[in-house]
Design a protein around this ligand. Sequence first.
Ligand SMILES: CC(C)(COP(=O)(O)OP(=O)(O)OC[C@H]1O[C@@H](n2cnc3c(N)ncnc32)[C@H](O)[C@@H]1OP(=O)(O)O)[C@@H](O)C(=O)NCCC(=O)NCCS
Length: 164
Amino acid sequence: MRPWELEDAAFLFDLESRWETVRYLTPNPTVMASVDEAVASIGRRRAIDHPVHGIWAITLAERGRLLGNLLLKPITMSSALTRLEPVEIGWHLHPDAYGRGYATEAADAVMLDAAAQGLESVVAVVDPRNDASQRVCRRLGFTERGVSHDFYGADYIVFEKSLL
Ligand SMILES: CC(C)(COP(=O)(O)OP(=O)(O)OC[C@H]1O[C@@H](n2cnc3c(N)ncnc32)[C@H](O)[C@@H]1OP(=O)(O)O)[C@@H](O)C(=O)NCCC(=O)NCCS
């Protein structure tokens, strides 16, 4: 993982202008419409200045080829009754990079780093139709907590993993 760079804009646009990539990311997903949007988004991703949280580009270690996106950031719960902000981990890859375990490897690395810096647990919030992502969660040792309406104002399967 490394920070997104402005020169990654064409790749980010290719990644997030695909319905296949964004369809399960939020309740009302939209595809990225232009490279300019990608440039703006890279600016926002780079602006996160935190020792543990971030939104990074996933690249191949050997050749630096861009593969996808990995995020670790607090997620607001829908319920106004709680101020709890669990930390969410999320991933999406370019379709050319599917099927090689890259999401698992990237998430593992980020969780190891976060654990070393004291983060106690992470959640992953997965659309019930998203079988591939549910499998990634299980392979990473997440515990399934069931379907909840607590995040993004919609029904998602909540997975949790202790980093202690
Ligand atoms: C989710 C995603 C990152 C998985 O990445 P990946 O590196 O291809 O994952 P893996 O190669 O480890 O495959 C995960 C598992 O899902 C399975 N799988 C892949 N596509 C599938 C599909 N359409 N239906 C059912 N299972 C599927 C794989 O066979 C694999 O199974 P296994 O664990 O039994 O071997 C990738 O599919 C993606 O970017 N999807 C679009 C964005 C997205 O939905 N992100 C997650 C939001 S929560």
